[in-house]
Design a binder for this molecule. Structure first.
Ligand code: 3HC
Ligand code: NAI
Length: 692
């Protein structure tokens, strides 16, 4: 065996040269990997004993793409195209042997091999779109030549990982070999290629499938129209589509040039920078400085949930989906029946859409035990409380749990705002108490705020972080404060939205500006969806806010067809003249001089205080890093990923500009806009949040 460099080997087995790549964790195409690959292929091509070449990877995966951490830095070593040319132009057949995931640049390397074999568990995809890019090494020109235009469009704009069997059916893989026997299987395949004198198949020369789509612009028009909602605001899907169009309409080499042009355009823009930042931020969030990876975790084999309302049901589904049995406890039989009924209905609906079999539905429901007795939670490893948001009730529940739960069990609260330390203090085991703040709908939203109390044990933190992965969530560790990270920042935006409609804007102006910014909906549309009457008490109402007045007028939101907006039977919203009048009257009664408010001011007033609040959260140590705050906002509130989260966005705008506007607003509107000390300091020192 000859080592080519630190990450690449070449061995010769009879007439087959085997190039092995070993660059953990995912064999990404770093400069060293590209150097090794090029040199290894040149050596194999030059070796007269070698008749065919197999490319295989050690570790958990085939090449998972370009090395994203190198993007934006000066390039060293050979380019990927250079490596690809060496492989594609090899006079000896090259066989890519794939396990794990062949992604992005990894699949693009496999696509310049003459044949591709894989194990059944392998997957292949071009996920560049997820980091705001497109496959920049010929992927958009070669893929449609194999799988056809429709499938290629789907793959490059969704980034989906295609399982081996489907990849074989599409022609992306040429053969599947036995699991665990990839090396031998690929060598055997290479020998068949030699024995049968198979051609040096180059994907670039396959033209039939792209020609079939030539002169049919409707394929692209329909695809764009069908996905308009999904792609809203993103630049990368459109550039990916243009590349596939180029594959159809231009000769191969011209198509490659167009791909490069569109790739560079994305790479130099802020969207891709934001999405690449988010990729690493999400992985960073899993790392807790004082809770090392080897911290012991507790096995979670059985979960208890208290409260079968909106949240308790959704929370339970996460565990049932992961195969973990759940006992759900209620105080009212009818609420228990209704809650369990909702869980079943959700599963049945998924089954109707074909995403679950009836058997799966029954299996999941079979893991659920409904109960009216807290005592039934005695054998649970984790108990999550999701009862009404009232401290007295939470304390009562935790006091009882303390006497019931087995020693070492984790006691968690799903509270949105209440003090986790105060809840923990009414048990004899505050070290076992933690906040697990799910977001509604809890079975869908990816975010889990993990609230670390003053006394929470490190193993409890480590277990919660691990558990978030098990149930498919992104766990972000936060500290105890009112509203934790997400709701605390949201309160800033909500306050300003309410003030803006009295000063001169209308709810639909505020909503439009935030929707156009990329959020799923604005604050008023959101209130209508949730119900204006949540927390509204008809006995105590006193027309003290616009919302109260609307509730008094029986405008309760979408559920009764009227809230801040009027709704038709299809739930389309229309601005309401009645609401406009309520707002104008309300402002007049309070002697507020209404004025013209620009879209720019709406955006700044709603979002800069959030950035400022994020800075306060950092300064108080309630979040570990600014990027954790961004992960909260992207996964819990639909902040557009291509804007990187509020903290990333604040830096993009310029912290100096944010600070200057906050000061102007403070002078005009008071201390709601008081800048945080951290923001002041960072601007004075010319630093960013990562230096905080
Ligand atoms: N570049 C650099 N680092 C990468 C990487 C990449 N392409 N892919 C993964 N990593 C790193 C992660 O940051 C992580 O590092 P850490 O341990 O220090 O946090 C480590 O590898 C392991 O990654 P995961 O935690 O994500 O491991 P999983 O096993 O859960 O997932 C994976 C593995 C499916 C490969 C996933 O990492 C992934 O989706 N990676 C990105 C794939 C991708 O986007 N490829 C396209 C890159 S762009 C490109 O190729 C451009 C080309 O067209 C020119
Ligand atoms: P909900 O009102 O829909 O459900 C609460 C359920 O708890 C009711 O069915 C009630 O009968 C039951 N319950 C009350 N006291 C109980 C007791 N002592 N023992 C057993 N069951 C009891 O409330 P929701 O919306 O599910 O909220 C629950 C908790 O989750 C609250 O703390 C809330 O702040 C929090 N939360 C709510 C979110 C939301 O969007 N609804 C989002 C995130 C957190």
């Amino acid at each position: 065996m000859a080592a080519i460099n630190a990450v690449t080997d070449l061995t010769v087995e009879g007439d087959i040269g085997v190039v092995t790549l070993n660059s953990p964790p995912v064999n990404a195409l770093s400069a060293q990997v590209r150097e090794g690959l090029k040199a290894a292929f040149e050596a194999a091509i030059a070796d007269p004993a070698v008749q065919a070449i197999v490319l295989i990877c050690d570790g958990k995966t085939f090449i998972a793409g370009a090395d994203i951490s190198e993007f934006g830095k000066a390039m060293t070593g050979p380019s990927l195209q250079d490596v690809q040319n060496t492989i594609e132009n090899s006079p000896k057949p090259v066989i890519a042997a794939i396990h794990g995931t062949a992604l992005g640049g990894g699949l693009e390397v496999a696509l310049v091999a003459h044949y591709r074999v894989a194990v059944p568990s392998a997957k292949a995809g071009l996920p560049e779109v997820n980091i705001g890019l497109l496959p920049g090494a010929g992927g958009t020109q070669r893929l449609p030549r194999i799988v056809g235009v429709e499938k290629a469009l789907e793959m490059v704009t969704s980034g989906q990982h295609v399982p081996a069997k489907a990849a074989l059916a599409m022609g992306l893989f040429d053969s599947l070999v036995e699991e665990g026997a990839l090396r031998d299987g690929a060598i055997a395949f290479a020998r068949v290629v030699l024995a049968e004198d198979k051609p040096l198949a180059k994907v670039r020369d396959l033209n039939a499938k792209v020609e079939a789509a030539r002169g049919k612009p409707e394929i692209f028009a329909e695809f764009r129209a069908a996905n308009a909602k999904k792609f809203r605001g993103f630049l990368a899907p459109e550039n990916n589509i243009k590349c596939i169009e180029a594959a159809v309409n231009l000769p191969f080499d011209e198509g490659l040039k167009e791909e490069r042009r569109l790739f560079v355009e994305l790479m130099s823009g802020s969207q891709s920078a934001a999405q690449r930042y988010v990729f690493f931020a999400e992985r960073q969030a899993a790392k807790i400085p004082d809770v090392p990876d080897d911290t012991p975790t507790l096995p979670i084999k059985k979960v208890g949930v208290i409260g079968a309302g909106t949240m308790g049901g959704g929370i339970s589904m996460n565990f049932l989906n992961a195969g973990i049995p759940v006992t759900i406890v209620e105080m009212k039989q009818e609420n228990l029946d209704r809650g369990v009924g909702v869980i079943r209905k959700n599963y049945e609906n998924t089954a109707k859409k074909g995403r679950l079999t009836q058997d799966d539905v029954e299996k999941r429901m079979g893991l659920l035990t409904p109960s009216m007795h807290l005592e039934d939670l005695a054998d649970c490893d984790l108990i999550i409380e999701a009862v009404f948001e009232l401290m007295e009730i939470k304390k009562d529940v935790f006091g009882k749990l303390d006497t019931i739960a087995k020693p070492g069990a984790i006691l968690a609260t799903n509270t949105s705002y209440l003090n986790v330390d105060e809840i923990a203090a009414c048990t004899q085991r505050p070290e076992n108490v933690i906040g697990l703040h799910f977001f509604s709908p809890a079975n869908v939203m990816r975010l889990l705020e993990i609230v670390r109390g003053e006394k929470t044990d490190k193993s409890v933190v480590a277990t919660a972080m691990k558990l978030s992965k098990t149930i498919g969530k992104v766990g972000v560790l936060v500290g105890v404060c009112f509203g934790f990270v997400g709701n605390r920042m949201l309160a800033q935006r909500q306050r300003e939205a309410q003030k803006l409609i009295l000063e001169g804007a209308m709810p639909w102006d505020v909503d439009r500006v935030l929707y156009d910014f990329g959020l799923p909906m604005g604050p008023f549309a959101m209130s209508d969806l949730a119900g204006l009457d949540i927390g509204w008490d008809p006995a105590k109402t006193s027309s003290s806010t616009v919302r109260e007045v609307l509730c008094e007028m029986d405008r309760r939101g979408q559920k009764n067809g009227r809230g801040f907006y009027d709704y038709d039977e299809k739930r389309n919203a229309k601005p309401s003249a009645d609401v406009e009048k309520v707002i104008l009257d309300f402002a007049e009664q309070r002697q507020i001089q209404r004025r013209e408010i620009s879209d720019e001011e709406i955006l700044e007033r709603c979002l800069y205080p959030m950035v400022n609040e994020g800075a306060k959260i950092l300064e108080e140590g309630k979040a570990i890093r600014a990027s954790d705050i961004d992960i909260v906002w992207i996964n819990g509130y639909g902040w557009p990923v291509y804007r990187g989260g509020p903290m990333f966005w604040g830096e993009l705008v310029g912290l100096d500009k944010v600070l200057a506007r906050m000061k102007e607003f403070q002078a005009l509107h008071g201390d709601d806009f008081k800048p945080s000390a951290l923001l002041e300091r960072l601007v004075a020192e010319g630093k960013g949040f990562k230096d905080a």
